[in-house]
Design a protein around this ligand. Structure first.
Ligand SMILES: Cc1cc2nc3c(=O)[nH]c(=O)nc-3n(C[C@H](O)[C@H](O)[C@H](O)COP(=O)(O)O)c2cc1C
Length: 429
């Protein structure tokens, strides 16, 4: 584990009180994932479902996950005046999902159930994750309600675009639980001085998957979604770092506060990293970079004709960016970046287990840390991850599993440890 024990980063929300409001949408079941993630991060979580949401998910689920009794009405536990207490105590009230109706009532300042009353107490300490059909989301009434809530300082996340309840799709889908958790962390993490153990660190993070063009319409790509890199950026920002995110084909919104550099191919990414690594303290390479690229890109679409065979596309190796970064640092006297962290997705083969292959790779590459995950079970696009963190000798330093944000904090804990070992001092200290 990290040499620096000052920050309780495996439980980054320790001591924080979060109310999770659940309103009556079909996505209510996804709030379970958010509650679990918050509890795993150390937060004290109280769930307040609206009465109609209980038609979707029952109180037993919330009581079991939050380890607290669940109330829905202001007339329960009257001697405790629950809405006043919950609203005053909460560092944040996060509503997952926020229905059109809930937002309309919040905008009007209504207090007709325990959740809306609590929101009224919490003021701008609120974060809403809407979910509804596209027509409801785009209705001028909803647009106006959202605009007014935002003007009051309440954070209303943009819904995701995708498959809705029925066969239709469009904007209105609940943002992914990981994105909601990241937003909660960002909102609660920023003012915490105890967790600012990376304040002053300039961190470059690569994320996503590169695309190698074959012709104007086709490319070679991989399954990387960029979610782990995004989680690293959110976690690093919450810990006070200055973050540059080199994003290879990622659609997600830029984490607030990060500087974003978009790239497409492995060569673009190599050039962006070569530029960025000269002025950073930490380089974390979580992007999935193509190992091979077509020798030639056809300027015109390769045609399929009746009498031609399928084309044979010759490939060549791309630059090993992790290795090049380690080499450049060695040549430059080992100064910058102080910590270089690589990611390796492996599957075992007949000659060796995936861990053995990763250990060999760790020794070959010489990065300070190699974060290894076995992708046989499929991690791409998933909300969770399970990794082993190896050092340059291939020794196991730490293991982490769970939400990608939890894994991100574990990687940063180890990175902080490397910085501490090297006597790194923040440039603005
Ligand atoms: C099956 C079903 C799914 C629903 N899904 C949504 C939804 O995703 N978003 C939404 O705004 N309303 C949805 N509604 C309508 C709300 O449940 C309804 O507006 C209710 O009054 C919301 O109450 P609440 O905001 O107090 O929870 C749905 C209703 C049903 C019956």
């Amino acid at each position: 584990m990290s040499a620096d024990k000052a920050a309780p980063t495996s439980a980054p929300l320790q001591g924080r009180s979060v109310v999770v409001g659940v309103s009556g949408g079909i996505a209510a079941y996804k709030a379970a994932h958010v509650v679990r993630g918050l509890v795993a991060s150390g937060a004290e979580v109280r769930v307040i479902p609206t009465p109609s949401s209980l038609a979707f998910v029952g109180a037993a689920t919330w009581e079991a996950l939050s380890h607290h009794r669940v109330l829905t009405s202001v007339f329960e536990d009257v001697e405790q005046v629950a809405h006043v207490r919950r609203g005053q105590e909460a560092d944040l009230v996060v509503v997952v999902p926020a229905t059109a109706d809930l937002m309309a009532r919040a905008r009007m300042g209504r207090a007709d159930d325990l959740l809306t009353a609590t929101l009224l107490m919490a003021g701008d300490r609120a974060l809403l994750a809407p979910a509804m059909h596209t027509e409801m989301w785009e209705n001028p009434a909803t647009r106006e309600n959202v605009a007014v809530l935002r003007e009051r300082g309440i954070r209303v996340l943009e819904p995701a675009v995708g498959r809705l309840t029925g066969p239709d799709s469009g904007p209105g889908r609940l943002p992914e639980p990981e994105a909601i958790l990241a937003a909660v962390h960002a909102q609660l993490g920023a003012p915490r001085t105890a967790a600012q153990d990376l304040a002053g660190a300039r961190i470059v993070i690569t994320a996503g998957g590169t695309r190698e063009e074959i012709d104007p319409v086709r490319y070679l790509a991989n399954h990387s979604s960029g979610k782990q890199g995004w989680a690293l950026a959110h976690a690093a920002l919450a810990r006070g770092a200055e973050v540059a995110l080199i994003a290879a084909n990622v659609q997600a919104q830029t984490p607030p506060g990060a500087r974003r550099i978009d790239v497409v191919s492995a060569a673009d990414l190599a050039a962006a990293v070569a530029e960025a690594r000269r002025s950073c303290d930490v380089l974390i390479m979580a992007a999935a970079v193509a190992d091979f690229t077509p020798v030639e890109r056809s300027g015109a679409k390769i045609k399929k004709t009746e009498d031609s065979d399928a084309p044979v596309i010759a490939l060549r190796r791309t630059e090993d960016i992790l290795h090049a970064s380690v080499e450049e640092r060695a040549e430059g006297g080992g100064q910058s970046p102080a910590a270089i962290v690589g990611f390796a997705a492996e599957t075992g083969d007949s000659s060796a287990s995936s861990l053995e292959l990763a250990q060999r790779k760790a020794r070959r590459k010489g990065a300070d840390l190699l974060v290894f995950n076995d992708v046989t079970a499929g991690v791409f696009g998933s909300e969770s991850n399970a990794v082993q963190i190896l050092d340059a000798q291939g020794e196991l330093r730490a293991e982490a599993a769970g939400e990608k944000i939890t894994v991100a904090h574990a990687v940063l804990d180890e990175t902080r440890g490397v910085l501490a070992q090297k006597g790194w001092v923040p440039w603005d200290a």
